[in-house]
Design a protein around this ligand. Sequence first.
Ligand SMILES: [Fe+2]
Length: 385
Amino acid sequence: MPFYHKLGQIPSKRHTVFRQPDGSIYHEQLFGTIGFDGMSSLLYHIQPPTVVKDVRKSFSVAPEIALEKNMTMRSLMGYNVLPKDDYLESRTPVLVNNDCYIELAAPKKSMTDYFYKNADADEVVFIHQGEGTLKTQLGNIDFKYGDYLVIPRGMIYQLHFKSENNRLFIVQSFHPIYTPKRYRNWFGQLLEHSPYCERDIRPPHELETHNEAGDFLIKIKKQDELYHYVYGHHPFNIVGWDGYNFPYAFSIHEFEPITGRVHQPPPVHQTFETSAFVICSFVPRLYDYHPDSIPAPYNHSNIDSDEVLYYVDGDFMSRNHIEKGQITLHPAGIPHGPHPGAYERSIGQKSTEELAVMVDTFKPLKLTKQALGIEDDSYMKSWNH
Ligand SMILES: [Fe+2]
């Protein structure tokens, strides 16, 4: 995050002696991105973060690609992904390319007997259903319906849920995830025309420090292999940290929509950016207020991007027969637009309650085996009336 945050105890000067009550020295770790050029934080561990007791096994978690090349409108019924007890096992990649994996998950159980670290990718976990706490090395963040949890690569974490009824929409990003650059000034502060500001961003608020030795299983994903590492100390053994690289939450309900007299283009919904895709939030808002405006979007040729919509709640004005958790994919190469009747239906409407997350990727997406298993294959012809 482009702002500074700190939790717990840190020495007044970096890289200097910082003693524990027993006289030993805390173990400093730089947790950074993009070599030493990106955002970073300095962490202070009770025990060194390097004590690996065992590497038990590893296995592939690479997505199984069923369709390498796609030029067809697709729809996936996301809620047809069956719930599973385990968080990692429940994560189901559906649309992937070299820049991002788009996944669905319905985990029933909290992570209590292991920790997870994604060494490949930043993660955005959108909470469609569920409530709980994201526990990380840098502290805890409570989450509920509508939250985006942004977890930088390399962060060790657990998800704890309050119930078994959880639905997640996850994007793994192989490029760092940022707030949109055009909404930031040259110091990184979010500007007045940004649809959200720093006050809406929730960094870790509660640092849990565990001074425990033992066997701690950390499942580490790297290059699509999941390694089972056994560390000799509890990974949440940090007494303090400060810096710019930390997980945070942002609620889609805090996104302030940008509206106009006539239809506003999709970039007004942009919430996050990377060098390879964007994430946008479609939220309840007033419709365009020119007396002759057509609130439904015009047809458009997304010639340079595949467009993925994940429907969260409310009626989606441009689509007929949409269900919660449904995904649509409109691939680059062919124009797309509202369903039959959507233009007329939208005229004179004052507002919408639609809630959706959009992911626009600059490179084409591949479909996985699991995606084809939840596909509604009538979607492609649903404009033919
Ligand atoms: Fe579109």
